[in-house]
Design a protein around this ligand. Structure first.
Ligand SMILES: *Cc1c(COP(=O)(O)O)cnc(C)c1O
Length: 412
């Protein structure tokens, strides 16, 4: 098969452009016109598919969705306003009051807040389990369980679940398996070949690349029988394999108002075309930085599942072709040392985002996890001396030089 980049650059538009434009135009139009009263009536009956109003669908967004669908081999793809809207729309559409999901216990913070604070108010319960120990999951499943949810590489713990075991459990119980694949983008991870039913992703991170815009993706691999979920049964009778996205696009995307805009889709289309190049560069930088950290005395510990001595190296190789995202952590002696180090950096930026083209550093203990108790932080693997580094596309030598000078640890 041709490379990811070659394929991305050569995916035809859903409709031929009247001017033969090479780049997809940005259709900044709220509404779309019909030729006749009969046509618009046929469209509303579902008999004449066309764009009508951009809160439901838009040509530029449709092209971004088409690119992702073609590149991943998925059945259907929906692009939304953010990663959080992809996750919330998915959960709302598969659960109703009294239902539950089982989720990995190490999650992106706002996903935890969504599950524990927002969705719980509507009677949707989340049961947390360690997804690296699948036997914990099975004990929590009952007849109201609608999904198992996990992140492909947890952050900042950088743990990796064995996806084949999660697939096996989900299929045995007939429940949906949902992967948040934000940190392992589609150039290194294909959820369909592993048997995952639904993938959700923050396109804000790796796909946008330059951290210019918010976006989310829901990818339906076409592997789940929607009649098995009581909330999707009626849609399954009407739409068959298309049930999930068809129902979600109307009841959640349109009705809650979660669309991606045409302008954002344009950023995402450009981001996708150079995704593979950027991920490869970030990965090479991770390996060089990992080797540097391992031989540096002041660095007490380094974690990156792409390094051969990592506990998760074999799973990283099997599931992500050896590129388990490009976020790493490393430890100094104390929080004090971390603060002095971070303050001396000149190229690596102090920020909380992930997978920007720029390298970004944060001290999770005093920021993202500051409100948690000491024992919860310990249980979550958040150490006082640990820093999270989201590795960017700068020159590896420049990053190493910046780190070396910052490791002097004296206030300048
Ligand atoms: C950032 C992130 C999200 C949320 O995405 P937004 O685009 O910021 O809404 C969800 N999951 C993971 C793993 C993330 O890193």
């Amino acid at each position: 098969m041709k490379s990811f980049t070659t394929r991305s650059l050569n995916i035809p538009f859903p409709k031929k452009d009247p001017h033969n434009a090479l780049a997809m135009p940005i259709y900044e139009s709220v509404a779309f016109e019909f030729a006749s009263a009969e046509d618009i009536a046929a469209n509303f009956r579902g008999e004449l598919p066309a764009h009508t109003y951009s809160r439901t669908s838009n040509p530029t967004v449709e092209y971004f969705e088409t690119k992702v669908r073609t590149l991943t081999g998925a059945h259907q793809v929906l692009a939304l306003s953010s990663g959080m809207s992809a996750i919330s729309a998915t959960m709302l559409s598969i659960c109703r009051q009294g239902d539950n999901i089982i989720s990995g216990n190490h999650l992106f913070g706002h996903t935890v807040a969504l599950f524990e604070q927002s969705l719980s108010a509507y009677g949707l319960e989340t049961r947390f389990a360690d997804t690296t120990r699948p036997e914990e999951i099975e004990q929590l499943i009952d007849d109201k369980t609608r999904a198992i949810y996990f992140e492909t590489v947890t952050n900042p713990q950088l743990e990796i679940a064995d996806i084949s075991r999660l697939v096996e459990i989900a299929n045995r119980y007939g429940i949906l398996l949902i992967a948040d694949s934000t940190v392992t983008p589609p150039s290194v991870f294909n959820s369909k070949t592993l048997g995952v039913h639904i993938e959700v992703m923050s396109a804000t991170k790796f796909i946008s690349g330059g951290a210019t815009s918010f976006g989310g993706l829901i990818i339906d691999n076409g592997l789940y029988d929607w009649s098995k979920n009581p909330n999707c049964r009626a849609a399954s009778e009407k739409f068959g394999k298309d049930a999930f996205i068809a129902r979600l696009r109307k009841n959640y995307y349109r009705n809650f108002g979660m669309p991606m805009t045409a302008h954002t889709a344009n950023y995402m289309i450009s981001g996708l075309d150079i995704l593979e190049l950027r991920v490869e560069r970030c990965y090479q930088n991770c390996i060089k930085l990992g080797e540097f950290f391992q031989k540096t005395v002041k660095v007490k510990r380094v974690d990156y599942p792409g390094l051969k001595d990592s506990t998760y190296y074999d799973l990283a190789l099997k599931q992500f072709g050896g590129v388990p995202g490009t976020v790493m952590t490393f430890d100094l002696e104390s929080q004090d040392d971390c603060f002095r180090f971070i303050n001396r950096l000149k190229i690596i930026r102090r920020a909380t985002n992930l997978n920007d083209n720029k390298s970004l550093i944060i001290h999770p203990y005093s920021t993202i996890y500051a409100e948690f108790t000491e024992s919860i932080r310990r249980e979550m693997g958040i150490r006082q001396g640990m820093m999270r580094l989201s590795v960017g596309i700068e020159g590896a030598e420049d990053l190493i030089e910046d780190i070396e000078q910052a490791l002097e640890l004296k206030y300048s």
